[in-house]
Design a protein around this ligand. Structure first.
Ligand SMILES: [Cu+2]
Length: 156
């Protein structure tokens, strides 16, 4: 083996090793992903808000989201929207189950995080940190951007 091919072999080997390492780290930290998270800006003097996002379960096991907290001085609950006698109403959900290799979209008219009694002064484009607790004791933290009503298109 001449010097150049030896050098190339070493470089190539290091490249493969570094790729593997990165893949592994990525996989470990991305069992669960939350994306497209946004929070509605409370209207006027309102102190309640809703948070919408997609929760993706990349693992082979189903998982339950059992509670949520936030960086705000406020109470956070998991809610669902139900229909009864042609009326829509929302109700606290004990958990949201996300099947293996699938996702649940927390959206208007469905599951959402309800943030109540917000004491913080919020404005559009603020980032609020939320943490979801799973039934396997894992915690998933994500940031939701605060959006005015016109951006979220929702009727909660
Ligand atoms: Cu609600």
């Amino acid at each position: 083996m001449n010097k150049i091919s030896l050098f190339l072999t070493i470089v190539f080997t290091l490249f493969i090793l570094s790729c593997n390492k990165e893949d592994k780290i990525k996989k470990e930290t991305e069992d669960y992903t939350v994306y497209q998270a946004n929070m509605r800006l409370p209207l006027g003097a309102g102190t309640n808000s809703v948070v919408f996002f997609t929760f993706q379960n990349n693992t082979e096991q189903s998982v339950k989201v059992i509670s949520a907290t936030s960086s705000l001085d406020a109470k956070v609950e998991i809610h669902n929207v139900l229909m009864k006698d042609n009326m829509m109403f929302m109700q606290q959900a004990e958990f949201v189950e996300v099947k293996a290799k699938s996702n649940i979209i927390f959206k208007s008219g469905s599951y959402h995080l309800m943030v109540m009694g917000i004491k913080d002064k919020l404005k559009a484009k603020d980032l609020v940190t939320f943490t979801l607790e799973l039934d396997n004791k894992e915690k998933i933290t994500f940031k939701a951007s605060v959006e005015g009503l016109n951006k979220i298109h929702s009727k909660h």
